[in-house]
Design a protein around this ligand. Structure first.
Ligand code: HEM
Length: 452
């Protein structure tokens, strides 16, 4: 190819939608984020948008996803939202970078080994059974709130075990306040704004103080008792760096525990809420799920050993996360200039990818908008992940460390609840998307609970 041809695209900008004069595409994007990105994808696999002063490349092809997360991962760092999240999470797994991240990841990995997850699985079913036992035939509940409460209890129990019941609630409340105020921290210039006495920054700092007091109290108590109580916190305290034998400082344990607490519940809760919605709209799939649960479990609660036999239940969850991936968009910042599909992304450019958009792309999926768990009988999750057409858990070195925890939890919770109850949407319940950090239902999810 002649030089001028090969250079032509490298200096030009990828295609973009019509932008406003001030703020670029920001207004359109905020009004309908998933719709905006879907429209963007129609323009090409590499497209451009501008959010205020921030240039953004949107990537929508499996090869480009692989390039970003696997092949050239070391050229990119986390986006601004996660960098700002350091005020809450410090240098935990989600927010740290480079060698620091790799060391922490190596040390924490054993906490997610199979034997450990089998321990957590017992708590998952116990807590879900208790919740399902408190529901009544014919009542209406907001399933969104129920799932959030359920997964919050599970993460608190698996992280801190039962010895910190009240403190776990206190941590949950302080965390919720901080997450609610997090949008304030994402405002332009918030690095300066947070130093001023705005009510938001005062409340944020107060919640962080509570959180730190409780967390360091728990860590201190545990260190003194020296016990392995079978939870994630024990694993963090026992973890040693294999290269130099050092353990984590109290501050590192605090950052990692809060990271797991935060990363470990809202995503799973959203996956479950959308699953109940999809099942209520697809009676054939629902009947097939019930038949599997009746055949495998009869009238007992599920255990981790049942999971290999709950193939359709797993397919329902996989299909739900295809259509409604909880992490609907995943971003990176360019640290070292890189070329995507002939276009150069300069340092400082934000790179966006969206499982929500790629999972609905007709080039890679038959009947992409239909809920068809059966598709996972012929294509495995592993194969779809390797092809990078399915990435609800991200990819490469930053791939979700809690993935097997999440599959175990999701399958066991669906089985525990659907074994007893059939959920249907209450008349008039509106369905809409609220894509925040995770993909929430915009109008909640009120459902009628009926005995099966
Ligand atoms: C359905 C449930 C879940 C989904 C969809 C999900 C999704 C994700 C995604 C997409 C990432 C990568 C983010 C990025 O590359 O910027 C991630 C990272 C992470 N997730 Fe999950 N997650 C789920 C459940 C969990 C659970 C249950 C835990 C912990 C108990 C967890 C802990 C983490 C942590 C610590 C990271 C950061 C990993 C690293 O950078 O090394 N996640 N998750």
């Amino acid at each position: 190819m002649p030089d001028d041809m090969s250079n032509k695209n490298v200096t030009s900008r990828p295609p973009e939608q019509r932008a406003g004069l001030i703020g670029g595409h920001l207004r359109k994007f905020w009004r309908d984020r998933t719709g905006f990105l879907a429209a963007q994808a129609k323009l090409g696999d590499v497209t451009f948008l501008r959010m205020g002063p921030q240039p953004v490349f949107f990537l929508n092809h499996p090869d480009l996803i692989r390039d970003l997360f696997v092949v050239n991962a070391d050229k990119f760092v986390k986006g601004r939202a996660l960098q700002r999240a350091k005020v809450l999470l410090g240098e935990g797994l989600l927010t740290s970078e480079g060698a620091n991240h790799l060391r922490q990841r190596r040390m924490i990995q054993p906490a997610f080994h199979r034997a450990r997850i089998a321990e957590y699985a017992r708590s998952m079913v116990e807590i879900a059974d208790k919740m399902a036992g408190e529901w009544h035939d014919g009542e209406t509940r907001d399933i969104d709130k129920e799932m959030m409460h359920l997964t919050l209890q599970i993460v608190a129990k698996t992280l801190f075990n039962s010895d910190v019941g009240d403190e776990a609630d206190e941590i949950g409340a302080a965390m919720t306040t901080m997450v609610e105020l997090f949008n304030f921290l994402l405002l332009p210039f918030s690095e300066w704004l947070e130093k001023l006495p705005f009510p938001q920054s005062i409340r944020f700092k107060r919640a962080r103080k509570t959180l730190d007091k409780v967390m360091y109290g728990i860590i201190d108590e545990r260190r003194r008792s020296g016990q392995d109580t079978g939870d994630l916190l024990s694993m963090l305290l026992m973890a040693q760096d294999e290269t130099d034998g050092t353990a984590m400082t109290d501050e590192q344990v605090r950052d990692e525990a809060l990271t797991l607490f935060l990363a470990g519940h809202e995503t799973t809760a959203n996956a479950l809420t959308w699953t109940w919605y999809l099942l209520s709209q697809n009676p054939n799939a629902e009947a097939k799920l019930h038949a599997e649960l009746d055949a495998v479990l009869d009238s007992r609660s599920p255990t981790m050993d049942d999971i290999p036999n709950l193939k359709f239940t797993e397919a329902v969850l996989a299909e739900s996360m295809r259509l409604y991936p909880p992490a609907w968009a995943i971003g990176r910042n360019v640290a070292v200039e890189h070329e995507f599909g002939g276009y150069t992304a300069k340092p400082g450019t934000l790179i966006l990818t969206s499982p929500f958009v790629l999972h609905r792309d007709a080039r890679f999926w038959d009947d992409p908008l239909e809920f068809k768990p059966e598709r996972w009988e012929t294509h495995s999750v592993k194969e779809a992940s390797q092809r990078n057409i399915y990435f609800p858990f991200g990819g490469g070195v930053r791939r979700c460390i809690g993935e097997s925890f999440a599959w175990t939890e999701g399958i066991l919770l669906i089985a525990t609840i659907a074994r007893k109850w059939k959920l249907s949407l209450v008349p008039g319940q509106k369905i809409g998307l609220n894509p925040q950090i995770t993909l929430r239902p915009k109008f909640g999810m009120r459902m009628l609970i009926k005995n099966r």
